[in-house]
Design a protein around this ligand. Structure first.
Ligand code: NAD
Ligand code: MN
Length: 357
């Protein structure tokens, strides 16, 4: 059997309640899948910062690099006002492990203002450059005496190529999983490239042409379409069921990912993964939820689905498909936490999913 070691980074708040559900899920996978898991507990977050002076201890980074095949990250609490020396550990981890993609599956029933509609897409956000290089400048005395602030939007061929190639691989894998019986509303793999090259012809123009080049070279059987970002925002409301894999530069991807989450309602359902070459960290999209912490009310499903996404990037599609199907069955049976109108606890929902594996 393939033996895999998973780093567990619960972080703060309900991270400590949902990450154990992820661990139990991995432990409960049938041995017929030919894979076994061991675990190492790792610290990060605001509580870690208050205790040790750093939000991301070196041991956490070193252990992930040296020992782990993948990891699960819960949530961190950000201080309400800036605290000297504190910076987000997940942002730092993405940098240190070069996890250049943020991958967010958005699957479920979209409840827009107009109608109910099954949707099944994955938003792939480039996560290292664009406006988020944070090279900002302010001239306090502009030409008219008022300040002028500006920021660098940096797009590279390298980052655009690798993110688009990853989107193509994800589209192919989804097609493979469908062929193996995974439920889906799509029948053909497609990647939609999002940009605004009609205005930003050099930066977004580079993203667009490079993405097309990468997709044509790496995954020629995947259909490629483009969508200008503002019109994408409209389409995501009017026709979300149309999209399969969506790839975007950092800023647009950030915004569209949250819009995607909004289509589905509860944050407690939405998984993500931070992905680089050969390493993925599964991470529920929600935060530390201080309002429900310690009450056994946190919805574990975002984390359980994040386990599935992590496994997909470890080439364990079958295990991932089993998890998705079990979670869907639990949801369909109405075994849900209070955020979805149910009366079940974190523990009860977790155990119901395990039972259905
Ligand atoms: P949040 O996601 O923690 O909570 C928003 C609302 O959704 C709350 O009412 C919460 O109870 C509910 N919710 C979230 N996850 C849930 C789950 N699994 N089950 C049931 N209900 C759930 O966002 P927030 O309140 O804006 O932020 C709280 C803290 O989390 C802040 O310190 C913020 O900085 C941090 N945060 C961290 C991350 C992250 O670690 N990736 C993301 C967002 C916010
Ligand atoms: Mn965001």
């Amino acid at each position: 059997a393939r033996a895999l070691r998973i780093g567990l980074i619960p972080g703060d708040g309900i991270g400590k309640e949902v990450i154990p559900a992820g661990r139990r899920l991995l432990e409960a996978l049938p041995s017929s899948l030919g894979v076994s898991f061991s675990f190492v507990d790792l610290d990060a977050g605001f509580e870690t910062f208050e205790r040790t002076g750093t939000a991301l201890p070196q041991r956490t980074v070193d252990t992930l690099k040296a020992e782990c095949d993948g990891a699960l990250f819960g949530a961190v609490q950000s201080p309400s006002k800036a605290v000297k020396g504190y910076s987000s550990p997940i942002v730092a981890l993405r940098k240190k492990l070069d996890l250049y993609a943020n991958v967010r599956p958005v699957k479920g029933v979209a409840t827009s203002l107009f109608r109910q509609q099954p949707i099944d897409m994955v938003i792939v956000r480039e996560n290292t450059e664009d406006l988020y290089v944070k090279e900002e400048n302010t001239n306090p005395n502009g030409p008219d005496g008022r300040p002028v602030a500006e920021a660098i939007k940096r797009i590279t061929g390298r980052a655009s190529y690798r993110i688009a190639a990853m989107a193509g691989r994800i589209a192919e894998r989804r097609q493979k999983m469908r062929a193996a019986g995974a439920s889906s509303i799509h029948s053909e793999p497609m990647v939609t490239v999002v940009h605004k090259s009609n205005v930003l012809s050099q930066t977004d123009g580079l993203f667009r042409t490079t993405a097309r080049e990468a997709l044509a070279a790496a995954t020629p059987n995947v259909r490629v379409e483009e969508q200008i970002v503002d019109s994408m925002a409209l389409k995501l409301v009017q026709q979300p069921e149309y999209y399969d894999v969506v790839v975007a530069p950092n800023l647009y991807g950030d915004i569209l990912s949250d819009q995607g989450a909004g289509l589905l309602g509860s944050l407690g359902l939405i998984p993500s993964a931070n992905v680089g070459e050969g390493f993925a960290i599964g991470e529920p999209v929600h935060g530390s939820a201080p309002d429900i912490v310690g009450q056994n009310k946190a919805n574990p499903i975002a984390t359980m689905r994040s386990v599935g996404v992590m496994l997909e990037f470890m080439d364990l599609e079958q295990a991932a498909a089993k998890i998705y199907a079990a979670v869907d069955a639990t949801l369909a049976a109405g075994i849900v936490t209070p955020d979805l109108g149910g009366k079940y606890t974190t523990t009860q929902v977790t155990e119901d999913v395990l039972k259905r594996l």
